[in-house]
Design a protein around this ligand. Sequence first.
Ligand code: SF4
Length: 315
Amino acid sequence: MRLGKGELRDRAREAAEQYRHCLLCAHRCGVDRTGGPAGRCHEGSLVFLAGAGLHFGEEPPLVGTRGSGLVLIAGCNLACAGCETAEFSLLRRGVTAFGEDQLAALFLDLQRRGAANLNLVTPTHVLPALLGGLARAAEHGFGLPVVWNCGGYESFEALRLLDGVVDVYLPDAKYGDDAAALRLSGCAGYTAALAESLREMHRQVGALRIGSDGLGTCGVLVRHLVLPGGVAAPQEVMRLVAAISPEIWVNVLSQYRPVHEAQRFPIVARTVRPEEVREAIDAATAAGLRNVLLDGQPTSRQTQAASRKPPVEAC
Ligand code: SF4
């Protein structure tokens, strides 16, 4: 975080106004959430968590030897048919409400336990509450890098509120095709929203920079989950990312399984084939992206060469 304690408290106050007329994501519902759940995400002004702890399954620059301080947030502004975390993201089962002080205590506890960063998972719909928790934690010495692990369907208003707060943006780039995004995740105009979000994220923090300890200090790292049958249009996704900057890191994920409501859509009712994963990697290379991972590991000579560059400490 680059904001001081006072600035962060002011930013949290400003963000809280979003709950009265919510434009936090590209759905731009404009609803008042202070009286209870409203809008496409059906969320009020409370934040519910499904879990938290040190996690070693993220990309190596986010984990190091200490683990990423993962905070799993309930609810979501997307409604993906194949959601891997539907139990708490969409169905909100087994979740607990956290007030500002409880969030601050959790963030400080993760720091005390040696977490490499604070990794807020699916955070955008409760951005104001999280900023309130961060502001309170900062008053008690919190100083971990903040990772915003989101769906790539943020609004400009949300990202402006995060400027100076977030160190590493970790957005999904789910689709390069608007029809697929609407059908499979309920998101209209996904590609334009993704491009605008990535452009602003990159303006704020640039491409991912790695410190001498191997940890990402700041920057953008994009995730693309390969879907069956090329329905996510990986060629368009990679072109979109590369048009913002070929230096942006992209992690191609091959883990798709047809869970939640995926069986309702024949095109995504199976796992992905190796050749479909290869097509996504080839699309990234063809688009000119220089830092491409597959399931978190380097895939290309360019990436290996990049990893041998001298580390950059400062953002
Ligand atoms: S976070 Fe997004 S989906 Fe939820 S109310 Fe706000 S604009 Fe709508």
